[in-house]
Design a protein around this ligand. Structure first.
Ligand code: 13P
Length: 249
């Protein structure tokens, strides 16, 4: 059985005051049958880790460098994230692919570094609107999966997030059939590459305009093991609604 996961990606949002939302979340979910993860900006990571200590909530990073240390001004290694209290790191988010020109090879190298440091890698894949309209979605996702997931992946250290770029922050969500088609495809690809045991144990998250109001139906789709949530993870009340929907799915 895969343990469900509600993950929040705060992106480049939040200063000290945002830690209050984390306190609210800890109070609202003293225990939960699902995993709960918040990925704040790196500036808040250590304080967030301290704030959730003793609770069921985990914290993670939003990116890491592929090297363990060295002359890389402004970057953070996986070990540094781990040291600051992270258990996971988001990699290959479409905003990093776009803003920083990250390619599948870069993301695979980062994922290797994350796994070597003992972090779970949440590898993001997803198509643009043009690619979907040209009926290229599965080709694109297939290439992203084979290019960005390292060979050392297991059900323990890998999580895949399907985030259609056109659904991020837009309020647009694919149909449940479209989500199911992509998630079933990802599952099949993982089973083919890693064998049924590992392939079936990797958790698959959907991300893109998940809100308390649409979470229940999305969590009812086959092979959706949780969500990677942007905007609605910034407010504890909204994210709580999504966590509860996952708990009841
Ligand atoms: P939104 O939930 O704001 O659409 O963002 C999704 C996302 O990019 C999470 O990584």
């Amino acid at each position: 059985m895969r343990r469900k996961l509600a993950a929040g990606n705060w992106k480049m949002n939040g200063t000290s005051a945002a830690l209050g939302e984390l306190d609210k979340l800890c109070t609202a979910h003293p225990s939960s049958p699902v995993d709960i993860l918040i990925c704040p900006p790196a500036t808040l990571l250590h304080r967030a880790a301290t704030a959730v200590e003793g609770s069921e909530i985990a914290v993670g990073g939003q990116d890491c460098h592929e090297a363990t240390s060295g002359a890389h001004t402004g970057d953070l290694s996986a070990e540094m994230l781990r040291d600051a209290g992270a258990s996971s790191v988001i990699l290959g988010h479409s905003e990093r692919r776009e803003d920083h020109g990250e390619q599948n090879d870069d993301i695979r190298a980062k994922a290797r570094a994350a796994m070597d440091a003992g972090l779970k890698a949440i590898i993001c894949v997803g198509e643009s609107l043009e690619q979907r309209e040209a009926a290229n979605t599965l080709d694109i996702i297939g290439g992203q999966l084979s290019g960005s997931i390292p060979d050392q992946s297991t059900g323990e250290n890998l999580i895949v997030a399907y985030e259609p770029i056109w659904a991020i922050g837009t309020g647009k969500v694919p149909t449940l059939e479209e989500i199911g088609e992509v998630h079933d495809f990802i599952r099949a690809r993982l089973e083919r590459r890693f064998g049924e045991g590992v392939g079936r144990s990797v958790r698959l998250l959907y991300g893109g305009s998940v809100k308390p109001g649409n979470a229940t139906e999305i969590f009812g789709v086959s092979n959706v093991d949780g969500a990677l949530v942007g905007g609605a993870s910034l407010k504890a009340d909204d994210f709580s609604g999504i966590i509860r929907a996952l708990e009841n799915a």
